[in-house]
Design a protein around this ligand. Structure first.
Ligand SMILES: [Zn+2]
Length: 402
């Protein structure tokens, strides 16, 4: 399938284009959600149920910094936080104005180990993100999310961590940025997890929050997602259904078009804080070769537990690419389920195992290059999820371990 071609490039172009926009849309300014978010049960180790999977039950996520306002001076600011000895993963979310540029400039722990070396964007080989880092990092328009560990060898050491952050708006240093830090902790890595989904309907395909729950085509799509993630030990939990305005039924990721950000900005806080999936008619690209694509993630990853931002979700097209004859569109609903699963992979932090260019690959050493049997290959048709990819998924706070 040709449709995911250059998706990453398109995403990068989109994000970069956002920096140059004059608009200052405050309507979708991110909202912080809750205070400490506790998943699962820790209960001082008392296990009343005698559950088989006690390890999983003792994995939880704490929000150690919750939307803190950090002053930016000359484009740079800093936060620090303590990491407990049983930390499994750390998620750092930095955000601000929709048209601002935010992210990590450096990240060091108290042993001197650099998850991300200071000033990484200037280092050779980091043009498309911090490939020369112990832990991959990017900077992005509106919102930047980094989850560690996200590649083999990235260490999570206990003690004080210091993160240098950048914030720019319209080419000038931002006044401030917002920062949240979430730490998932437990005795050992969980082998299983649960993801809740928040689904949003624009009226595309005639689907509404009510009607879709009785739609056999939609059920087939969800079954496909259950099948694919079940292979990774991740089950679907609660699904919340929302109707949103039909003005969002068509979005474009063409440079300078902010409709995807406005779409995913419609996400709202849910009790279960799942990943946000938006169903639209079409996702236009402005490209002649592939004018319409089946799915797109507004960011890789989406900011976990932070709805309402320009990065807070993925879009899935129900109509299919324009290259498909109208009579053939939507004849294979599980294919839409495949797209949901692939885009969820992006939302949870996975990049393509391989792009079509034959030279751009992910940073996992257990995914074969140029092999479309992987769910996260650029063509999006595969089913395989590697052990290291599963570890990266389990690191995400959106995956809970009840
Ligand atoms: Zn993709």
């Amino acid at each position: 399938m040709h449709v995911y071609l250059k998706l990453l490039c398109l995403l990068v172009c989109l994000l970069c284009a956002g920096c140059d926009e004059e608009s200052s849309v405050d309507l979708a300014m991110p909202q912080t959600v809750g205070d400490a978010i506790i998943f699962g049960s820790i209960d001082s180790g008392i296990d009343l149920d005698g559950a088989l999977d006690q390890t999983s039950q003792m994995v939880r996520t704490d929000k150690v910094i919750d939307g803190q306002r950090v002053s930016i001076n000359n484009g740079l600011g800093q936060v620090s936080f303590m990491v407990p000895s049983n930390a499994l993963s750390i998620t750092v979310i930095i955000w601000g104005m929709d048209d601002g540029w935010y992210g990590i400039d450096g990240w060091q722990d108290e042993t001197g180990y650099a998850l991300v070396p200071s000033g990484w964007p200037a280092l050779e080989g980091n043009e498309a993100g911090c490939y020369r880092c112990n832990n991959f990092a990017t900077q992005s328009a509106g919102v930047s999310t980094t989850i560690a560990p996200n590649r083999p060898g990235a260490l999570i050491n206990a003690g004080r961590h210091v993160v240098d952050i950048v914030g720019w708006v319209d080419g000038f240093a931002a006044d401030e940025a917002r920062v949240s830090v979430l730490i998932k902790q437990g005795p050992i890595w969980p082998a299983t997890g649960t993801i809740d989904l928040n689904m949003y309907f624009t009226g595309a395909q005639g689907w509404t929050a009510d009607s879709v729950q009785a739609d056999p085509y939609f059920a087939a799509c969800i079954d496909r997602v259950i099948d694919l993630y079940g292979r990774a030990g991740i089950r679907l939990g609660e699904i919340a259904y929302h109707d949103i305005d039909s003005e969002f039924a068509t979005v474009s990721i063409e440079a300078g078009d902010d409709s995807l950000g406005r779409l995913v900005g419609q996400s709202v806080a849910e009790p279960h804080h799942g990943a946000n999936v938006f169903f639209v008619d079409e996702i236009l690209t402005g490209e002649i070769d592939f004018p319409s694509i089946p799915g797109v993630a507004a960011a890789v990853p989406s900011p976990p537990l932070l709805p309402g931002t320009v990065a807070s979700g993925v879009a899935v097209a129900t109509k299919g690419p324009l290259s498909v004859p109208p009579g053939n569109r939507f004849l294979d609903p599980p294919a839409i389920g495949q797209t949901i699963a692939h885009e969820l992979g992006h939302a949870l932090g996975l990049v393509h195992t391989s792009e079509y260019d034959g030279v751009t690959h992910d940073l996992f050493d257990d995914t074969l290059d140029d092999d479309n049997r992987y769910l996260m290959h650029a063509d999006g048709t595969g089913a395989e999820i590697s052990a290291q990819q599963i570890r990266a998924l389990m690191a995400n706070p959106v995956i809970s371990h009840p």
